[in-house]
Each structure stands twice: as C-alpha cells, then as structure tokens.
Design a protein around this ligand. Structure first.
Ligand code: HEC
Length: 237
C-alpha cells in the first residue's frame, strides 16, 4: 500500500529528493504568485489628488486627530459614507477616494456603534462637543458612548507637532517648512480662537490649552472641505 503511494507520487518524491532544485523551484513558484498579485498595484494610476481647494489638516487638527486615534474613537465611529440611499439621507454625500488624500493613516473604520462622522463638521456648535465629550448623556439622552471628561482638563502639549508634521510631509501631505516649524504657535493661535468661540457659546473659560479644543478643531473639520457637489446615489432597490 505504502509502496503504491510512493509510486503514484514518484515524480514529486524524486523532486523532493533534490533539495537545491526543489528550493529553487519553490522560490520561483512563490515569486511568480507574488508578481501576479503585486504587478497590478503598481500599474494602477495612484495620482489621487485631494478635492480642489482642499488643504491638509492644520497643526491643531493634526493634534486633535492624534487624540481621536489615541482614544480609539474609530473603534465605534466610521468615517466613510457608503453610496446607499439610506446613508445619504442620514449622513450626506457618499465618501470619495480623493477626500481621503490627506488621511494618513486613514480612519475609515469598519464598525458603527455610533454614527458615521465623515460629514460631522459644522453639524453642532463647539460647545455641544465639549458637553458631549464631558458627558454624552447630557446632549444625547440614553447614549452609550463613554465619557471623556479628562479631555477638558488635560493640558495639550503642542511642542511635539513639528516632528509629526514633518513625518506627515514624508508621506505626502503638502506642508511648507514654515508650517512645520511654526506648528506649535499656529496650533495655539487656532486653539485660542476656538476657545473664545466656546466661551461666546456660553461654555467654560480656559480651554485653549486643553485637549478638548484640539479634538473639537478636528471634529469640526470633518467633511467640510468636500467640494464635489452632492450627487445622487446609485439607485438602490
Ligand atoms: C463605545 C462606542 C463609542 C466610542 C468609543 C465613542 N463613541 Fe462617539 N458615539 C457613540 C454612540 C453610540 C453615539 C450616539 C449617541 C450620542 O450622540 O452620544 C456617539 C455619538 C458621537 C457623536 C455625535 C455624532 C452625531 O452626528 O450626532 C460624536 C461627535 C462622537 N460620538 C464623537 C466621538 C469621539 C470624538 C470619540 C472618541 C474620543 C467617540 N465618539 C468614542 C459611541 C461611541
């Protein structure tokens, strides 16, 4: 029985007996498969450009985005509106590849315990976000979102921004030298402005150097630079 098996697999067995040739042929087989898988990726036109007039994240928004990643908000929130009628009616225009030209890493997400945030910018006043982060139940009764009260008290350190922004430039974000060098000052200036608006809206003073302000800057930016006109979704049954 065993003999018969060996005979049936005779040629392969013999091949296995030649370790060098067998290794070379195995490597060749793997290489061929790899080339077939990868070649199309290099042929695709990936000169994806951001929507016209779109600018990369401001330093403060970069800081806010880092907080969003740190807190794992993307575990519950997607940032990608799919081209279905019900999604368009709820969230607005569907997401396009060009919109994520400045996303590194992307935060599309794959889970929606909370709503999609791709078009969040401008939906609520800053103060709403401050209150919502402090205690989601205060703005959205019955919300199961965790609270993030420390973001209202934790100081934001903007000094780390130049290194992050020069890293982002390496992966293609069009920042100038001046923007990278002056990132902490630019972030502080924008934070002062947002903090003043929060006070105008009846919110607490002294948030300019707190994490919440950077997060608000980021949240208010989501989807607002999408310059393509609203298009109808492909018809869904
Ligand atoms: C455990 C899941 C979960 C996590 C983690 C989470 N959220 Fe939420 N989020 C929700 C749910 C559920 C809602 C809907 C109820 C509400 O408004 O609180 C929501 C709502 C929101 C809204 C309002 C959206 C709208 O269009 O009304 C914003 C903004 C938001 N979350 C931001 C964040 C940010 C920023 C973080 C991270 C700091 C975060 N969420 C983390 C579950 C989550």
């Amino acid at each position: 029985m065993f003999n018969r098996l060996i005979k049936a697999n005779g040629r392969h067995r013999r091949l296995e007996g030649w370790p060098f040739i067998f290794t070379a042929l195995t490597a060749l087989a793997i290489l061929t498969g790899t080339i077939i898988e990868f070649a199309p990726l290099f042929l695709v036109d990936d000169s994806m450009t951001a929507p016209e007039g779109a600018t990369p994240w401001t330093p403060l928004e970069v800081a806010g985005r880092d907080l969003y990643i740190r807190e794992g908000c993307n575990n519950c929130h997607s940032q990608m509106v799919r081209p279905f009628r019900h999604e368009l009616e709820r969230y607005g225009n569907f997401s396009t590849a060009a919109e994520t030209a400045f996303e590194s890493p992307h935060l599309w997400g794959s889970k929606r315990t909370g709503p999609d945030l791709a078009r969040l910018g401008g939906k609520y006043p800053h103060l709403w976000h401050v209150r919502h982060m402090e205690d989601p139940r205060s703005t959205s009764p019955g919300s199961i979102m965790p609270d993030y009260p420390w973001m209202l008290t934790a100081r934001m350190d903007y000094e780390y921004l130049p290194s992050v922004m020069s890293a982002l430039r390496t992966v293609g974000l069009p920042y100038s030298d001046a923007e990278v060098e002056n990132a902490p000052a630019l972030a502080r200036a924008q934070a002062e402005q947002i903090a003043a608006e929060i006070v105008e809206q009846g919110g607490p003073e002294g948030l300019a150097n707190k994490e919440i302000t950077a997060l608000v800057a980021f949240l208010q930016r989501l989807g607002v630079q999408h310059s393509e006109p609203l298009t109808a979704a492909p018809d869904q049954p």
